[in-house]
Write a protein that binds this ligand. Structure first.
Ligand SMILES: [Zn+2]
Length: 121
C-alpha cells in the first residue's frame, strides 16, 4: 500500500477514534448525572436503573470499538495495515474504505464472527 493511501486510512481511523472517545465521554456524563439523581419514588428508580443498563451497554460497545481502532493504528505502525490478520492476504480497498479499522478480509471476518457466535452459545 502506498503512503498516500495509508495516510488517508489513518486519518479516517483517527477521526473515528475521536468520535468514539467523544461518545464515551458523553455517555459517562449522562451516566454520572443519572447516578446523582438516583432518588425519588420506586418507579423513577426502576426507570433510571434501566437507563443505566442501556448506557453501560453502550459504553462497552464504544470501548470495544476503541480497542479495534487502536489495533488498526498499531497495524499501521507495524507496517501490517491492510493485510488480513488471519490469512495475511491484502484486504480490498473497497472494504477498507467502508471499514477502515477492519483487521480481517470479508471471508475471515465471516469465519471469525461465526466462531464468536458459537462460543457464546
Ligand atoms: Zn483473510
Amino acid at each position: 500500500m502506498n503512503a498516500k493511501k495509508l495516510k488517508k486510512y489513518k486519518d479516517l481511523i483517527l477521526e473515528d477514534k475521536e468520535k468514539t472517545l467523544n461518545e464515551l465521554l458523553t455517555g459517562n456524563e449522562i451516566y454520572n448525572s443519572l447516578k446523582e439523581e438516583a432518588h425519588g419514588d420506586a418507579a423513577d428508580v426502576a426507570f433510571q436503573a434501566y437507563e443505566k443498563q442501556l448506557l453501560i451497554g453502550f459504553s462497552q460497545k464504544e470501548k470495544d470499538k476503541l480497542e479495534i481502532l487502536n489495533s488498526a493504528l498499531k497495524r499501521i505502525e507495524e507496517g501490517m495495515y491492510g493485510k488480513c490478520l488471519d490469512c495475511k492476504e491484502d484486504i480490498s480497498d473497497e472494504r477498507l474504505l467502508a471499514i477502515p479499522y477492519t483487521l480481517r478480509c470479508i471471508k475471515c471476518m465471516a469465519k471469525y464472527e461465526e466462531k464468536k457466535r458459537r462460543e457464546r452459545m
